[in-house]
Design a protein. Sequence first.
Length: 246
Amino acid sequence: MGSLSKEAMIRQILVITDGYSNIGEDPIQCASEARRQGIVVNVIGVVDKGEMGVVGRDEAMSIADAGGGMCRIVHPVDLSATAQMMTHQTMQMTLQQVVNQELQSVMGKSTEELPPADRSRVMQVVDKLEEEVGLHVVVAIDTSASMKDKIPTVREAVRDLALSLQVRLGTSQVAVIAFPGAGEQSTKLVQDFSDEVDMQGLEASLQARGGTPTGPAIRHAISLLKQLRHDTSSVEFEDGPRRDYA
């Protein structure tokens, strides 16, 4: 578990997909690998009704389980608020776990075992840390053919997420990848880490086509986050998965 220094960095992958991965590596195994490296994998499942929707829902939940993150199944209209909520909640859970470990080490108690007044002070510390700790998020967007009607909503959700992170005191950087990529490529880097989202770049890059290489997309996201690791310390997240269903 990383220490909560000013250089501490929480690293997340946010996968937005309708599920049914059918190209490349197993996304569940890739999510497990991310978790082993201290990276949380959250999944927003924008799934349809019917048999394909059931398959997509099951896959979304399994990826989040393996990645130690949260899964939320949503309708497109709820996508923007959901992306912000999941990023916020995962940061809070990560920091609570780190604080609990420190308390256990120093006092032999967890937050839940403290008197109410002390517990309240600890939660105030967690809230302050959440505002100040660094955050790197890779948003991996499914641009397979079945996502065609959902991509405009996804684009706006990514923009709103980036705007919400700009008001934090801590460093917040968002990168965006799309899957599949151009030609035979499994993925495409739409935008490297930045505190702003290039909406014109999103407009040009998020074009629906082809199959669903979710595993390679998670692998690509891991590699982007690893490139930053030598510059920052990380706060690992080892708690169980969280699910939230619309």
